[in-house]
Design a protein around this ligand. Sequence first.
Ligand code: DC
Length: 253
Amino acid sequence: MADSPNRPIRTIAIDGPAGAGKSTIGLGLAKQLGFLYFDTGVMYRAVTLAALQRGIAPDDEDAVSQLAESVLIEVLPPSVDDGRQYTVRLDGQDVTWAIRRPDVDAAVSVVSAFPHVRRAMVAQQRRVARDGNVVMVGRDIGTVVMPDADLKIYLDASVEARAWRRYHELERRGAPSSYADVLTSMRQRDELDLSRTTSPLRPAQDAFIIDCTHMNADETLAHVIALVAEQNAARAGAPAQPAAVVGASGDDR
Ligand code: DC
């Protein structure tokens, strides 16, 4: 863990499956702490979009790997007030919304399983992590990208709950799909993310596992903020306040 445990937390890793709410919680936490929020999934999505735009088959490992080495992906503060959390540029082109297209959703797990693609992305992510004061969100942040993160969180929820959340999100964005389709695609992505050889999705040994199946976003964020405060107090040697109950069930959503 940390080199100097008395100083406050500076690096936070949030991992977990698709649709668990990592982006919402990560962004809310980063705002609360005044930290940089960095969603690493957008990088794998940008490489996938680049392949689709160039007519490269997403399963062409050599071509996609070469592409990952050569494209310029930038994640910048929001440049347009249209509900975005950040602006993503691919070789200078604004692709913030294009990387959320269903064809990108369908192909990104294949692309993100290629070791060369991961190596190229992880190198860039570690450069961002080096400066600290960051909440980094993804699948392998606590295990690979920032194994020394001061705090590691693994955010989980049932596949049905995650599919409902994604379904409502698509509806809000005016790109509705059926719940059954979203559930099927969520199950496929889980399978690919969990079973790949390179950096499969799994909690780091020292991660706090939070099951938010029965918590809404506000409750989950409050829990995570309490956890950070508790951990900071422990690092400073102060008596810790008890954290809220993890995975509280039986609520009234
Ligand atoms: O979080 P997301 O749905 O935007 O992620 C898109 C894909 O990228 C997902 O299939 C998993 C992959 N990913 C990954 O392999 N490693 C990360 N650190 C982040 C995302």
